[in-house]
Design a protein around this ligand. Structure first.
Ligand code: ADP
Ligand code: MG
Length: 728
C-alpha cells in the first residue's frame, strides 16, 4: 500500500488558489444576512420595531403579541432569502456553538403543511440539557434546559437556517452557557460605570463595554491534515521535528500573503460581511502558515457572538479551499502559538470612550478614574484573570517564549506610568491647597499631547494599555472570549462600586468631590503598584522579580482554576448577581473535567501513533539496515565488514534503543492514566493528568522526533513540519 503521507503530498502539489468572484464593494452586501436595524425597519410595524429597539438598548421585555409579530416578520424576511429552517443558536460550555435545526413547516392535516414560526418558538425552546456540560447542576429527573432569545444580538442566516442567538439555562434557572453570565456582567458594569460617570457628566445614561478581538490561526492543507490523526483529533501535532527553516528569518510576519491563504481570507471575509461581522484587517503572523484577522470593535456581547460565528465560518469556508484552519493555541512545537488579544474599553451613551484621554482636566480626571480603577481591579483579582484564560491548550502558550507569561501584570507605557507616579507624589494626605489643585489640574490637562506620541508597545505583557483601550493578550485563540470578558467586566464593576463608596464617604466628610476622587485614586495607585510592570515579561528576571513582589506565577490549568472558587471570586460573582456559588462551582468542575479529557485524549493518541505508525516505520527501516548488514557480511571479509558496516550497526542500535524507550514510556503513561481514572475528585484527576500523565508526552515525543530524523524519508508516514507549514 502506498505511504499515505506521499499520497497526500501528491495531492498538495496540484493545489491552486480557489478564486471566487465577489459582487462589488463591501457596502453593497454588508449585513445582508442579518435581521438588523434595516431589515427590522423594513419588515416590522413601527410598534414592534420600537419595542425590539427598546429591548436592545434598554433591556426592556418584549410582550407576547409583539414577539408573535417579530417572529412572523423574521420568517418572512428569512423566506425571502430561501431559508427553510430555524435554530436557537447558543454557546454551551463545550466552547463551541450549538444549533438544532427545525423546519418552519407545520402539518395542518390532510397531508398538507404550512410554514409557521410564532413568538413562542422565537422566545423560548427546551433542548435537552443533559447532553451538554452542566457540572452537576442538572437534577437527573429534570434534564430540561431552556434557551431564551437574546434580542441584543440580531438573528442571522447561516446556510439555509435562520439562527436566533439565545442564552441557555437549566430548568432551575442556572446558567449552562457563556452568554448568560456575560450579559449579567455587562449589566453590572453598566450600572457601576454609569454611576461613576455622574461625577463628571450627568448626561451619561448608559455605559457599554467594547471588544475588538484579534484572531490568530494556522492554515494547513486538508490532505496533509487528513493523514495526521493527532491534528484531526486534538487540533495540534503531538509529534514532529522542527523544520530546518522555521520562523528564524522572521520573513513571514506581515509578509506577502500566500495565494491560497489570500483566496481563503477573501472568501471567509465575504461570508463574515454578509453576516455583519466587521472583519477588516488581515496579515501574516510570525510563524510560517500563521495568520491573523481582526474586526472593528463592537459592543462586547455582539463581538463575542461574532467571534464564535467567525470561528465556525472559518472552519466551513476552509473546506472549499482544500484547507483546514487550526484555531488551537499551540498546533506546532517550536514556532509561535496563537492567541486572541481581547481589546477592551468602555463607551458612554454620549459617544465617549472612557479609556481615551480627553481635552480638558475634567475629562482627563474621568479617564484617570476608569484607567486607575481597571488597574486596581486587575491587582485585586489577578488570579481570577489567570483562571479565566486557563485551558489545557493555553498552558502550552503562557510562559512559553512567544506568549505573555502566566504572571498577571499590567503594562502602561512610560508616560502614563510617570503620570501615576506624579499623581502619587503630588496628592497630599491632608486637605489640598488651591495651588496644589491648580497644579494637578494643569498636570492632567496635558495628558492628550503626551499620549499622542506614546508609541510604546510592549508585546510581552498579558494585559497592556494601548492608548485608548486595554488589551488582554493572554486569551487563547480557540477560547470563547466570554470567559475572559465576564471576569474583566465583573472585577471592574466591583471596583467601581468600591470607588463610589470611598469617594462618597469622603464627600460626606465635606471634602470637595474632585479632591475626594484624587485622594481615592492616589490610594489605589499605591495599593496596586506591584501589578504594574514595564519590563520584559519573557525574561527569567521577571519571574524572580514577580516572586519578590508576591505575584503568583501559576503555570498549569488545574492549579490556576482554583481562583474560580476562591471565597473572593465566589463573593464577587454573587454580590453582582452574575453567578451563584452553585453556578460558579459547576463551571469550575466543567473546566477541570475538560482539562482531564483533553489530556486523556492526547495521551491515548500519543500511544496509538507511537505504536501503530512510528515504531512500525522505524522497524521497517531497521530491517532494511539489517538486511544490508547481513548482505555485506556475506560478501566482505571480516576486516572489510567491520569498517563498512559501522554506521548501519550504530543506526540499528539507536533505533532499538529509541523504540524501547518509546514503548516502555507509552506503557508507563497508560498505567498512570489508569491510576488517574480511579481518583475520586475532578481536581485530583486533573492534577494527576497534569503531573503524572503529561510529563510522558515530552519524553515520548523526544525519541519519536529523533527517529523522524534518521528513518528513511520514504518510510515515514506522518507529514513533517516542513510539509505542514509550507503553504503556498
Ligand atoms: P493593534 O496595534 O493592537 O493591532 P489596533 O488599533 O489595530 O491595534 O486595534 C486592534 C483591535 O482593537 C481592533 O479589533 C480594534 O477594533 C480594537 N479596538 C480599537 N479601539 C477599541 C476600543 N475602544 N474598544 C475595544 N476595542 C478597540
Ligand atoms: Mg493588538
Amino acid at each position: 500500500m502506498a505511504n499515505r503521507r506521499f499520497s497526500a503530498l501528491n495531492e498538495v502539489i496540484n493545489r491552486k488558489a480557489v478564486e471566487i468572484n465577489y459582487p462589488g464593494q463591501v457596502s453593497e452586501y454588508y449585513g445582508k444576512h442579518v435581521f438588523g436595524i434595516d431589515a427590522m425597519r423594513e419588515f416590522l410595524s413601527e410598534e414592534a420595531f420600537n419595542s425590539v429597539k427598546d429591548a436592545m438598548e434598554k433591556g426592556s421585555p418584549i410582550d407576547r403579541k409583539i414577539a408573535d409579530q417579530v417572529a412572523a416578520c423574521m420568517k418572512a424576511w428569512a423566506q425571502s432569502k430561501g431559508v427553510t429552517h430555524y435554530t436557537h443558536w447558543f454557546q454551551p460550555l463545550t466552547g463551541t456553538t450549538a444549533e438544532k435545526h427545525d423546519g418552519f413547516f407545520d402539518p395542518i392535516g390532510g397531508g398538507r403543511v404550512i410554514e409557521r414560526f410564532g413568538g413562542s418558538q422565537l422566545v423560548q425552546q427546551e433542548p435537552d440539557a443533559s447532553s451538554f456540560p452542566n457540572g452537576g447542576i442538572r437534577n437527573t429527573f429534570e434534564a430540561r434546559g431552556y434557551t431564551a432569545w437574546d434580542p441584543t444580538s440580531p438573528a442571522f442566516i447561516w446556510g439555509k437556517t435562520l439562527c436566533i442567538p439565545t442564552i441557555f439555562v437549566s430548568y432551575t434557572g442556572e446558567a449552562l452557557d457563556y452568554k448568560t453570565p456575560l450579559l449579567k456582567s455587562l449589566h453590572a458594569l453598566d450600572k457601576a460605570a454609569t454611576e461613576v460617570c455622574q461625577y463628571f457628566d450627568k448626561n451619561v445614561s448608559k455605559v457599554i463595554a467594547t471588544l475588538g478581538w484579534e484572531q490568530e490561526y494556522f492554515l494547513v492543507d486538508a490532505a496533509l491534515y487528513n493523514v495526521r490523526y493527532d491534528l484531526q483529533q486534538t487540533g495540534r501535532t503531538l509529534f514532529g521535528h522542527s523544520a530546518a527553516k522555521g520562523q528564524q528569518l522572521e520573513d513571514h510576519y506581515w509578509g506577502s500573503i500566500p495565494e491560497r491563504a489570500l483566496a481563503y481570507m477573501k472568501d471567509f471575509e465575504y461570508e463574515c460581511h454578509l453576516l455583519g461581522i466587521p472583519v477588516k484587517t488581515r496579515h501574516n503572523e510570525v510563524a510560517p502558515a500563521q495568520f491573523e484577522c481582526a474586526p472593528v470593535f463592537e459592543e462586547v456581547n455582539l463581538a463575542v457572538d461574532h467571534n464564535q460565528l467567525l470561528m465556525d465560518v472559518m472552519e466551513k469556508v476552509a473546506a472549499r479551499h482544500n484547507l483546514r484552519v487550526l484555531l488551537h493555541e499551540k498546533p506546532f512545537a517550536g514556532v509561535n502559538g496563537s492567541g486572541k488579544h481581547n481589546n477592551w474599553s468602555l463607551a458612554t451613551s454620549t459617544g465617549k470612550n472612557l479609556l481615551s484621554p480627553g481635552k480638558t482636566p475634567k475629562t482627563n480626571l474621568q479617564f484617570l478614574t476608569f484607567f486607575i480603577n481597571t488597574i486596581k481591579a486587575v491587582h485585586e483579582h489577578a488570579d481570577l484573570m489567570r483562571a479565566s484564560i486557563a485551558t489545557a491548550n493555553n498552558d502550552h502558550r503562557l510562559g512559553a517564549n512567544e506568549a505573555p507569561p502566566a504572571i498577571m501584570s499590567v503594562f502602561l507605557g512610560s508616560q502614563l506610568n510617570n503620570i501615576l507616579d506624579d499623581l502619587e507624589k503630588s496628592v497630599p494626605a491632608g486637605k489640598m491647597t488651591p495651588e496644589i489643585k491648580t497644579a494637578l489640574k494643569l498636570g492632567i490637562g496635558k495628558i492628550p499631547d503626551i499620549l499622542l506620541d506614546n508609541t510604546d508597545r510592549n508585546r510581552t505583557s498579558p494585559f497592556a494599555f494601548t492608548g485608548n483601550k486595554f488589551e488582554f493578550r493572554a486569551v487563547g485563540s480557540s477560547a470563547n472570549c466570554s470567559g475572559a470578558m465576564t471576569v474583566l467586566n465583573a472585577i471592574v464593576a466591583e471596583q467601581l462600586n468600591t470607588f463610589i463608596k470611598e469617594v462618597n464617604a469622603l464627600v460626606d466628610q465635606k471634602i470637595e468631590k474632585d479632591e475626594a476622587i484624587f485622594q481615592v485614586l492616589k490610594k489605589y495607585i499605591v495599593e496596586s503598584k506591584k501589578i504594574r510592570f514595564e519590563g520584559n515579561g519573557y525574561g527569567d528576571e521577571w519571574v524572580k522579580e514577580a516572586k519578590k513582589r508576591g505575584l503568583n506565577n501559576i503555570t498549569t490549568t488545574p492549579n490556576a482554576l482554583d481562583a474560580y472558587v476562591s471565597d473572593k471570586s465566589l463573593h464577587l460573582f454573587e454580590s453582582l448577581s452574575i453567578m451563584s456559588h452553585r453556578e460558579q462551582e459547576a463551571r469550575y468542575e466543567i473546566c477541570l473535567e475538560t482539562y482531564t479529557k483533553k489530556i486523556q485524549i492526547e495521551s491515548r493518541i500519543i500511544g496509538d501513533i507511537a505504536l501503530n505508525q512510528v515504531i512500525p516505520s522505524a522497524i521497517k527501516y531497521q530491517k532494511t539496515l539489517i538486511d544490508n548488514v547481513n548482505g555485506m557480511k556475506s560478501i566482505l571479509s571480516a576486516d572489510e565488514f567491520k569498517g563498512a558496516a559501522q554506521i548501519q550497526l550504530e543506526l540499528i542500535k539507536e533505533i532499538s534503543e529509541r523504540v524501547n524507550v518509546i514503548k516502555s514510556d507509552v506503557d508507563k503513561m497508560t498505567e498512570e492514566r489508569k491510576q488517574a481514572n480511579t481518583l475520586d475528585s475532578a481536581k485530583k484527576q486533573a492534577l494527576a493528568y497534569c503531573d503524572k500523565v503529561k510529563p510522558y508526552f515530552e519524553s515520548i515525543r523526544y525519541h519519536v522526533d529523533k527517529l523522524e530524523l534518521i528513518v528513511d524519508d520514504v518510510q515515514w508516514t506522518l507529514p513533517k513540519y516542513r510539509e505542514l507549514l509550507n503553504l503556498r
